[in-house]
Design a protein around this ligand. Structure first.
Ligand code: CTP
Length: 319
């Protein structure tokens, strides 16, 4: 099949505070955007050559047993043992088996969502994906409430739940997990060794309190497969962000894909300041040198796909 053209030169991932937001003006405007069905199908087919979201979304029970040794993807020399708890929580069948949705929302965590009024629009999609256990209740008007799948990097336990130092924080996390109410909780447990204990704490909490979530733990090959796909499209990503992983997976089971909260720049299209996250005080420096992510580069690729009608980016207010 024909190549998907994701144009643009490769620029360094450093955020240029002066004019980055102007360069990233989104065209066509929301009202003019049209879905390109042919292109979406072509992208789905291409991605299927690298990964199968139905399989790679989670390791299944049948493929591991307690005591098995896993090498961390980013720390090849470090290993973990599959614990009894982890084993218990592995799904028997893929949570995406035979799933197809008309329209899906992927909600990134950029502060661009604040005052967007996008909550209702987001909730109207058939399948809503959120990232890193971001809070919704207090921001419902702008981000909505519906959650069908939510990701949770182990680092979230440290950043948002004080590493569960006391009963109050454990209770907070527990409440958040209970509020998921049957949705898929996607935990990248095999990426980096730093998350070892945190994953175990969460697993334990879920089992002990019979939390109603469907846990999923991405396959060992997902990361490389996703990077491989984008590489063949000339997008050189060191470590894909959760947001990009979700888009890449969603192409498999979503007909139309709508992205909200993807805006890795400190100013919006009208030059107003934008928070890095809509819900906390994390700063932008975090995305540049220190982090292995290349969000602005990813954004450029997503923007190009928006222009071609393969996905729709919303970076302003919803009508
Ligand atoms: N995102 C964005 N612009 C921001 C913040 C986030 O486009 N200012 C997108 C990214 O795709 C990111 C996703 O929203 O992956 C979720 O945000 P966040 O929880 O901040 O992700 P990260 O902390 O970068 O974690 P990860 O390492 O999982 O990507």
């Amino acid at each position: 099949g024909a190549e998907v053209v994701i144009n643009g030169s490769l620029s360094p991932a450093v955020v240029d505070r002066s004019n980055e937001s102007i360069k990233h003006n989104i065209q066509p405007a929301s009202s003019k955007w049209r879905h390109n069905q042919t292109l979406s199908l072509r992208i789905r087919k291409q991605i299927l050559k690298f990964l199968d979201a139905e399989k790679d979304i989670s390791v299944l029970k049948g493929t591991l047993k307690p005591g098995d040794i896993i090498h961390y993807i980013f720390d090849r020399d470090s290993t973990m043992n599959v614990s009894q708890n982890l084993y218990e929580l592995l799904p028997r069948t893929s949570p995406l088996k035979n799933k197809h949705f008309g329209t899906c929302a992927i909600v990134g965590n950029s502060g661009v969502l604040l005052n967007s009024g996008c909550g209702q629009e987001i909730d109207a999609h058939s399948f809503v994906i959120r990232c890193n256990l971001a809070p919704v209740q207090e921001y419902a008007r702008d981000v909505g409430l519906k959650t069908d799948l939510v990701t949770m990097n182990p680092s979230v336990i440290q950043r948002a739940f004080e590493d569960l130092v006391n009963a109050t924080w454990r209770e907070k996390l527990l409440q958040r997990l209970h509020s998921l109410n049957g949705s898929i909780l996607w935990i990248p447990a095999f990426m980096a060794r730093g998350g070892k204990e945190r994953v175990e704490w969460v697993n334990e909490l879920i089992l002990k309190h019979h939390v109603n979530v469907r846990t999923a733990y991405p396959s060992l090959r997902l990361l490389h497969a996703v990077r491989g796909y984008w590489l063949t499209n000339k997008v050189h990503i060191k470590r894909p962000t959760t947001g990009l992983l979700m888009y890449t997976l969603a192409t498999r089971f979503c007909n139309e894909i709508y992205l909200y909260g993807f805006w890795p720049f400190p100013l919006d299209q009208n030059q107003n300041p934008v928070k890095y996250h809509y819900y906390d005080s994390l700063k932008y420096g975090y995305t540049s040198q220190a982090s292995p992510h290349t969000m602005p580069l990813e954004f450029k690729a997503l923007k190009s796909l928006h222009e071609q009608g393969a996905l729709k980016l919303t970076v302003g207010q919803c009508d």
